[in-house]
Ligand binder design. Structure first.
Ligand code: PHE
Length: 477
């Protein structure tokens, strides 16, 4: 079945902005900082940066080149190259479907904080336990998530992405400025806790930037690597089909290598700066113990920073959460759009009907995930040591388990079945330069499959069990 996508971006800027709009979202502002904090700051940062330049580059290049060369979305792209590999396109569809179940829950949290600040409740929001009380309550988080989801579904239903994209061109730069401003302010913070210990923002910056290798074991390193890799997939929106679809919209005269580098730079820049805003401030107010807070980190640390600004904090807080809301919305729209456009093609159904059905299914799933903090509460220890509730389990399945698997299969497919040359030709179409050609080939044939296979087993917890089994008694792995 041939389904050529005829829509295309008018310029490389249009492509970069749309890809960045999907890429920059809660992954950068909420997920990156909490993982970096949990994994000890500097060390995570170092690993992550290394991964962006190697794996991020390889995976993004692969997705976008496959999309442009086939002119298909992910569902059909692999099968159109080799019918036997069609299953891979179908597998990638699972990822946005799973992410959809919890992205709106976080969107709802952000919406709630935007409303709280717009209502001037800066001091209440900064109290210990405020966030926990909110997410564990039975009605309020569900209401906020439903509103967030309804806005997302409406945008997809009405097909007005272009409208919010225009809007996000204005919002994104302002959000960036605010993150930088708040980050610099966070460095000037100083706080003395109950036990008389004073901590400063600059000390927090050191924790964030300087890697600390003390007590690092091999298995701990693998677990950091897995966290960083999962974050890379999530943040760049790779290995889940979205970038393949975007690639299919890019015109042949756009230099892919350059555009890809720009998307990577932008996405990573926002994440690094968000970390600079959040990690020093959580360190100042809660010390290193506070850094393991997990998903609640941003919602606990930032309100304290805003509260310390006095009355201006209400304004800054409101503006901040409203903008993060837009970043979350553009990403969530890109996830739902992928689901809707694929289902539309499969069933040859119209946009309105499909949006309605997907919207309702997403709402049911998101409400269940949201209740994971309330009636469906449980504590499960993930193989990476994190105590997880339903939301974290879904997040782990998509980012740490499914995506390494998809990346592994894609690398085998490109590296060994169709050969890297197939991608290289697309990158060099119309005389474009692909400077990292050799590097790409080595990555996709050897490095990606090997590391992904290791990480896949690590994510199932099997690797740690095997290591413990084979290690001589008493060894610290
Ligand atoms: N990359 C987005 C973010 O950082 C999330 C996302 C995941 C978007 C998957 C699309 C697909 O928030």
């Amino acid at each position: 079945m041939e389904h050529k996508n005829h829509a295309s971006f008018t310029s490389s800027l249009g492509f970069i902005l749309t890809a960045a709009g999907s890429a920059v979202g809660v992954g950068n502002i909420w997920r990156f900082p909490y993982l970096a904090a949990k994994d000890g700051g500097g060390l995570f940062l170092l690993v992550y940066l290394g991964l962006v330049l190697t794996f991020g580059f390889t995976l993004l290049t692969t997705d976008i080149a496959i999309g442009r060369r086939t002119g298909q979305n992910a569902w059909h792209a692999f099968g159109s190259i080799r019918p036997r590999w069609g299953f891979l396109g179908k597998l990638t569809f699972l990822v946005p479907a799973i992410i959809m179940t919890y992205y709106a829950v976080i969107g709802g949290w952000i919406l709630k904080y935007a409303v709280v600040y717009l209502c001037g409740q800066r001091t209440q929001a900064a109290q210990d336990g405020y966030f926990l009380e909110f997410i564990t309550s039975s009605v309020s988080p569900i209401v906020f998530l439903l509103i967030f989801l309804a806005i997302t579904a409406f945008v997809v239903y009405a097909g007005v992405e272009k409208g919010i994209e225009k809007f996000s061109k204005v919002v994104m730069p302002i959000l960036l400025l605010m993150i930088v401003g708040t980050g610099i302010y966070a460095l000037t913070l100083r706080h003395t806790d109950g036990s008389g210990v004073t901590r400063t923002g600059l000390q927090g910056l050191v924790v964030y930037l300087i890697p600390d290798f003390t007590g690092l074991t091999f298995s701990k390193f693998l677990s950091i690597l897995l966290d960083a890799m999962g974050q890379l997939f999530f943040s760049l929106s790779v290995s889940m089909g979205i970038m393949i679809t975007y690639g299919s919209y890019v015109k042949k005269d756009v230099s892919l290598e350059k555009s890809i580098a720009q998307v990577e730079f932008f996405d990573t820049g926002v994440a690094l700066l968000a970390g600079m805003m959040i990690i020093p401030s959580i360190f100042v107010f809660s010390g290193t113990e506070g850094m393991t807070a997990g998903p609640s980190l941003m919602f606990q640390s930032l309100p304290k920073v805003f509260a310390s600004m006095g009355a201006a904090g209400t304004l800054v807080g409101a503006a901040f959460f409203v903008m993060v809301l837009f970043a979350a919305l553009t990403s969530c729209v890109s996830i739902m759009e992928t689901l809707v456009s694929t289902v539309m093609q499969i069933f040859r159904a119209d946009r309105k009907k499909v949006s309605l059905v997907i919207g309702i299914l997403s709402a049911v799933a998101a409400v269940i995930v949201c209740m994971g903090y309330n009636v469906l509460y449980f504590e499960y220890t993930l193989p990476n040591g994190q105590t997880a509730q339903l939301l974290d389990v879904m997040d782990y399945i998509s980012n740490n388990f499914l995506m390494p698997l998809i990346a592994f299969l894609t690398a085998i497919f490109v590296g060994w079945v169709i050969k890297p040359q197939w991608i290289t030709e697309e990158m060099e179409v119309q005389g474009a330069r692909f400077g990292k050609k050799r590097f790409y080939a080595v990555m996709v044939r050897w490095v990606v499959p090997v590391i992904m296979a290791i990480l896949f087993f690590q994510s199932t917890g099997l690797l740690a069990k095997a290591a413990a089994f084979f290690a001589p008694a008493g060894t610290v792995i």
